[in-house]
Design a binder for this molecule. Structure first.
Ligand code: ZN
Length: 384
């Protein structure tokens, strides 16, 4: 669907490429005469501004992905690079983002940039309050990036961006009360209600992974015990699989054979692959994760009453091996069952690109406003 290219290339970008819209019908940095002569053309472009291309950036724990995305959510080109180590300064992460965006802007007519970050983003979508994988603490990311890029920039929590993408282009289309659960190493969440992302008062809504589901349960990096993501996530799957293998249980022998007896080599994708090939214990491990998924979703239904839950993230690659046990547990746990309509639980459709596509689409809204303001200013000058 999308091409990936090595993002480590340097030194082949002329400075003129940094100017938004340079070399296109949208350039706004010429003299007044040039602006006047271009105003009609600009107005025509504005009428079709729904079709603007924007860049989405997804900053994860290991990879930074950036893509030029069109108005239909198609990724026209994607670049990836490694996430700078946690010890690096915020500036290094900014450098990484700026380099990827400018590289794409060389080949695509970019109008705005959306950044989806794993972390807490404030309600103004301006600062990253905290990021688990990066040295961001109250970081004014939007300002820092827009100063350097000269594009309008929005910053959004990565799970919110993914939820938005599924609602716009994926498994959430047509449902105006949507909850997305992203099962990665932990759990990310997003709520879209009547066409708006529900961010909460402080921007921190949707942190479902840290709802307590087991009193005194597994310790969580958040400091508490028994959080949902300790039972239903990639990390939970790997922890349980390794625990079983390390206990030298005979039922785990086929799983151990796959990794030559090295318990630490057992990964989530390996368990999923084993389950698909019929390994009974791998099926059971995914079943446990799915069952906890269904229990948590039933809790969310009690709180939010959406029409549909979309389940994405790396673990969702297990498909029905995960979703069927989740649906069963949901039906058995849902409060008021038998006396209320049941929400659908479906798999996400956009895969690993959801965060990037969602961030790009959220940026498109800002790009539109930005261009409208600029157009009005030009019209006023032209009419004088
Ligand atoms: Zn927690």
């Amino acid at each position: 669907m999308s091409s990936s290219a090595d993002a480590g290339r340097e030194g082949r970008r002329p400075l003129s490429g940094l100017v938004p819209g340079a070399g296109s019908a949208t350039g706004g940095h010429g003299g007044r005469t040039a602006q006047r002569s271009a105003s009609r053309r600009r107005r025509a472009v504005h009428l079709s501004s729904l079709r603007l291309t924007t860049v989405g950036v997804d900053i994860g724990g290991t990879k930074v992905a950036a893509g030029a995305v069109d108005a239909d959510g198609r990724v026209l080109e994607q670049l990836r690079t490694e996430t700078p180590h946690k010890s690096k300064s915020p500036k290094v992460v900014e450098d990484t983002i700026v380099e990827l965006v400018l590289d794409l802007a060389d080949r695509h007519d970019v109008h705005a940039v959306g950044v989806g970050a794993a972390g807490w983003v404030d309600a103004d979508r301006s600062r990253v309050l905290f990021a688990p994988h990066l040295n961001w603490r109250g970081e004014p990311l939007r300002q820092a990036l827009s100063d350097r890029l000269r594009f309008p920039v929005v910053v959004e929590n990565d799970a919110n961006a993914a939820a938005w993408a599924e609602w716009r282009f994926g498994a959430g289309r047509g449902e105006d009360h949507l909850v997305m659960i992203t099962l990665g190493t932990g759990i990310g969440g997003g709520v879209v209600r009547e066409g708006l992302l529900e961010r909460g008062k402080w921007g921190l809504a949707g942190e479902f992974g840290h709802m307590q589901v087991v009193a005194g349960g597994h310790r969580c990096p958040c400091g508490n015990r028994g959080c949902w993501e300790q039972y239903s996530s990639g990390n939970a799957l790997v922890r349980d699989a390794r625990e079983l293998a390390a206990a030298e249980s005979p039922v785990a022998e086929p799983l151990l054979d796959r990794v030559g007896g090295d318990v630490s080599a057992i990964t989530g994708p390996l368990v999923t692959e084993a389950a698909r090939e019929g390994d009974a214990v791998a099926v059971e491990l995914l079943h446990d994760v799915g069952r906890w998924l269904g229990v948590g979703i039933a809790n969310l239904a009690a709180a939010l009453d959406p029409g549909r839950f979309v389940v994405g993230g790396g673990v969702s690659a297990a498909g029905d091996l995960l979703i069927e046990p989740a649906r069963d547990a949901f039906r058995r746990t849902l409060t008021g069952r038998g006396f209320r309509p049941e929400a659908q639980i479906v798999l996400a459709e956009l895969g690993g690109e959801a965060g990037l596509v969602g961030a790009a689409d959220l940026a498109r809204q800002v790009a539109r406003r930005f261009r409208t303001v600029r157009r009005r200013r030009v019209e006023r000058r032209g009419g004088a």
